[in-house]
Design a protein. Structure first.
Length: 157
């Protein structure tokens, strides 16, 4: 590992072998969308687990971003207006994609091509804008990021 840990306000999950970092201001719906993605992925027969909610410790691992959870909040996710829930979790995972919840009524219809999120330690992640209220958020992410589907199905290119 290289580069010290940085504590960022985000939510990190892993589905299969792909790590997702949900980013945005407080109260925008990061935790709810991450929870919905995990639930949907499991319903589709995929492995899904929480890495960290609200506070994510990120560090550089070679050319990758490694996310870890502060021990006191391991396995806990805040479901706004519902409370704190204990969910399946992993202590750490590499992060591959960033997700930004957006208000579909006010966001641009088409995002800028090749949009990225500057995570930490000079690492930029592909950014997917995920409209709030999307009934199948994980399927939405897979649809706009075909490489995720291809990896799952063993295809490349």
């Amino acid at each position: 590992m290289s580069g010290g840990e940085v504590n960022i306000h985000a939510t990190a999950i892993v589905v299969g072998t792909t790590g997702f970092l949900f980013v945005g201001p407080s109260g925008v719906g990061k935790s709810a969308l991450a929870f919905a993605c995990m639930h949907e992925a499991r319903a589709l027969g995929r492995f899904a687990a929480l890495i960290a909610d609200d506070r994510v410790l990120v560090s550089r691992f070679g050319e990758h971003l490694l996310a870890r959870c502060p021990p006191p909040i391991a396995g806990l996710i805040e479901l706004r207006h519902g409370g704190i829930a204990k969910v399946e979790h992993l202590p750490s995972a590499l992060i591959h994609v960033s997700i930004s919840p957006v208000d579909g009524a006010t966001a641009e219809r088409l995002p800028p091509e090749g949009e990225q999120f500057s995570a930490a330690h000079g690492i930029a992640l592909p950014l997917v804008r995920l409209p709030l209220g999307t009934p199948t958020p994980f399927s939405f992410i897979e649809a706009v990021m075909p490489a995720l589907r291809d990896d799952r199905n063993g295809r490349t290119g």
